[in-house]
Design a binder for this molecule. Structure first.
Ligand code: TRP
Length: 339
């Protein structure tokens, strides 16, 4: 029996951090055995936010690909491709855009939050919100539906985008006849990863992230300044590990010594500096094999390009066949030959 398909995307706007890995990518690595998997490097979507910074997007297409490969996405099992190499996605976006009202787009909770964040950052009004940005959920619907039957591994923040895709598909099928497959979310219970500063979210723009490509020195600096229990003043004061980011990362990384870490912290038998030094060791041991692979791909850029070219070619075949069906249904299949 054919395996079911999954499709998910990632915006190439920076190197990947722990939030990406533990929040999503570690799950993708597992899913690639059960599903026929497509991982899209969403450069077109990244440009909706970064249209004035194309160098950044260009550079990060390869960086993110290298991160994914280093983390265990296996090009023999899965397809990694670049969004902009599939013109059918842009084409579908145009046709789908007729099926979505402006009001509906503005009501999309993900878009709403992102517009709010932009306003907080730049202090500007609706004037600076572009058509492309408000419309990116339509383009994401095209990403998903281009790969017929694709399920989407979801984090909670992406749920509204899948809902929007499902609405577009229903509307398309109602107007033009059954053509597109309604995508389903693949639920994962991955947590949102907290930042070094104790913030609920780890993020590049929040400056509280640990990158998978961080050097030993970066890691030392970051861990030594991570937030611990503010009520612990002296090194033998008892403390509460549940408010401590160092303990949080010990747990996240499955430190086999975790019971001791917790017990000693609670009864004041462990100073924060000792605890941080232990975490640095645990973290470096976790990162070492990932960074070894990273180094391999960094020094074999041709191989990375080959993986993307091959993946994009394969992805395009599937998108082309979806596009043919869509053209037929929409009665814009005028000629029997390619133009
Ligand atoms: N919007 C997603 C994000 O910001 C990235 C993405 C692009 C995506 N295309 C997708 C996710 C298709 C799921 C399916 O992380």
């Amino acid at each position: 029996m054919e395996k079911k398909r999954i499709l998910t995307g990632i915006r190439p706007t920076g190197k990947l951090h722990f939030g990406h890995y533990f929040g999503a990518v570690c799950n993708w690595v597992k899913l690639q055995d059960q599903y026929q998997s497509f991982f899209e490097i969403a450069d077109v979507q990244a440009l909706t936010d970064n249209f004035n910074n194309p160098e950044k997007v260009r550079m990060n297409v390869r960086e993110v690909t290298i991160d994914l490969l280093s983390l265990g996405i296996d090009p023999k099992k899965s397809t990694i491709f670049v969004q902009s190499t599939i013109p059918e996605i842009a084409e579908l976006t145009v046709y789908y855009s007729n099926l979505v009202t402006m009001a509906r787009l503005y009501r999309n909770p993900t878009v709403k939050t992102e517009i709010k964040q932009k306003k907080a950052l730049f202090g500007n009004t609706g004037e600076s919100v572009t058509y492309g940005f408000v419309g990116y959920p339509v383009s994401q619907a095209a990403d998903i539906t281009a790969f017929e039957g694709a399920c989407v591994p979801v984090g909670e923040d992406q749920l509204p985008l899948i809902e929007q895709t499902r609405e577009i598909v229903h509307k398309f099928n109602t107007i033009y006849g059954e053509t597109l497959v309604v995508p389903e979310p693949v639920l994962s219970n991955n947590p949102r990863i907290k930042g070094l500063d104790g913030n609920e979210k780890m993020g590049k723009s929040l400056g509280n992230a640990i990158y998978l490509s961080d050097t030993r020195e970066d890691i030392e600096k970051k861990i030594m300044s991570a937030v611990t229990d503010a009520n612990k003043i002296r090194k033998d004061d008892p403390a509460n590990p549940d408010v401590c980011m160092v303990y949080y990362y010990h747990k996240l990384l499955n430190n086999p010594n975790i019971k001791t870490v917790c017990g000693e912290c609670k009864n004041g038998a462990r100073g924060c500096v000792t605890c941080k030094k232990e975490l640095i060791e645990v973290m470096n041991a976790f990162l070492e094999p990932i960074q070894k692979k990273r180094y391999y791909y960094e020094t074999h850029p041709k191989e990375v390009d080959e993986i993307l070219i091959e993946g994009s070619r394969y992805a395009r075949q599937i998108a082309k066949s979806t596009m043919n069906n869509v053209r037929k249904s929409m009665q814009i299949d005028y000629f029997n030959e390619e133009i």
